[in-house]
Design a protein around this ligand. Structure first.
Ligand SMILES: [Zn+2]
Ligand SMILES: [Zn+2]
Length: 375
């Protein structure tokens, strides 16, 4: 891992125009910008005003906590945060690895990596939600399958789905195998240059209560799919379209390491994974294998390609941008502070409470504190 620079510049940009939690990445100059430099700090937001403090403020929620650990900056986050793929500047370019649990956002369309087999052949499953975890509190209870009417007790070999929808009483339980047979009959499978696509022909929902069904359940420590899919015996990822739009049916893509070409995602006809949404560009992003990892790259898309990041991450790039709601937080690691860098003081006046806060703080010259430019 390369060692990066001593100083960290933080710019906060805010898009005041777009709705739907989208930020127009082609129009960044319309954002309010706040900029400061230094080492470790906490950045807080209060009524759309941002300020930094080296002290912990236990009753306040921080946006970003930056902590220098040895040669690296550790970033801690409390809110769902995405990294803006096109803004990553690192030794390997502008790409970001995707792995189990990653949420990929193209415009307002979301995909989730639900399973991953890595180069070392280890399989990781995305976490399942509470209602997808089958209860086993009463091991003597007799269930009756609402599809085949056979009765039995809950067991690994004869698994009953018991709480996957809102149905209660007699129509509640159904054999996993019976459900899978029914779900499979609603799926169109297609071999692709990168693996396989599974597309639902109608909503993946309970035919009685209309509740959206999970694609996978957990019983004890095992995961069971509600659909049939044979996995390859080499590296792959499974990606699920988790779009909440009512007119989009389920989609799962199996992407394996023997892909013939990079995978294009977008609205255009030439794309391998087509996305019918106006917030998605014609060729929005590309998934490829890079140094034994599946990574995603942005292709100059209007609303950006975002990947969810963990609550604690390490800054192993020269610069990157985090998106939290409608905020963009740009982090840049620099060698030294440019004396002649353009002043942002005029911009600070747009957010008067910030400049007041910064003036009150005595600027310090060591690496572990922040200072206002040109002061
Ligand atoms: Zn059955
Ligand atoms: Zn139901």
């Amino acid at each position: 891992m390369p060692t990066y620079k001593n100083n960290l510049e933080v710019l906060i940009k805010q898009d005041l125009k777009q709705g739907m939690g989208l930020i127009d990445h082609e129009q960044t100059e319309s954002f309010h910008v706040w900029k400061f430099r230094g080492g470790s700090t906490n950045i807080y937001e209060e009524n759309s005003v941002y300020y930094e403090s080296n002290d912990n403020q236990p009753n306040k929620k921080y946006l970003v906590k930056v902590n220098k650990q040895g040669n690296q900056y550790e970033i801690m986050l409390v809110q769902p945060t995405f990294i803006v793929v096109k803004d990553i500047k690192s030794v390997s370019g502008s790409e970001y690895p995707i792995m189990a649990n990653s949420i990929i956002r193209l415009g307002r369309v979301e995909y989730r990596v639900i399973e991953e087999r890595n180069k070392q052949m280890q399989i990781t499953y995305a976490e399942v939600k509470n209602q997808e975890s089958l209860q086993q509190n009463d091991i003597n209870k007799i269930y009756q399958c609402r599809f085949c009417f056979m009765e039995g007790k809950q067991s690994r070999d004869q698994l009953f789905l018991t709480n996957i929808c809102r149905c209660v009483g007699n129509s509640q339980a159904v054999h996993l195998e019976c459900m899978r047979y029914w779900v499979d009959s609603n799926i169109t499978r297609e071999e692709t240059q990168f693996g396989l696509s599974l597309k639902w022909n109608k909503q993946h929902e309970c035919s009685i209560c209309k509740q959206t069904l999970p694609v996978r359940v957990q019983y004890e420590n095992e995961y069971f799919d509600l659909f049939t899919l044979e996995r390859p015996q080499f590296q792959y990822i499974l990606i699920e379209n988790v779009n909440k739009e009512k007119n989009v049916f389920g989609e799962i893509y199996l992407i394996h390491a023997l892909l013939q070409d990079n995978i294009k995602l977008g609205r255009g006809l030439q794309c391998d994974i087509k996305v019918q949404d106006i917030t998605v560009s014609r060729h929005h992003a590309t998934i490829k294998l890079s140094q034994d990892n599946f990574v995603i790259e942005d292709n100059k898309s209007k609303f950006g390609t975002l990947v969810s990041i963990n609550k604690i991450c390490y800054l192993d790039c020269i610069s990157c941008t985090l998106q939290i709601g409608k905020l963009l937080i740009n982090l840049i690691q620099t060698d030294y502070i440019h004396k002649g860098a353009p002043s942002t003081q005029h911009k600070l006046t747009q957010l008067p409470q910030i400049s007041k806060q910064l003036e009150e703080d005595e600027p310090q010259m060591d690496d572990d504190s922040f200072q206002l430019e040109n002061q």
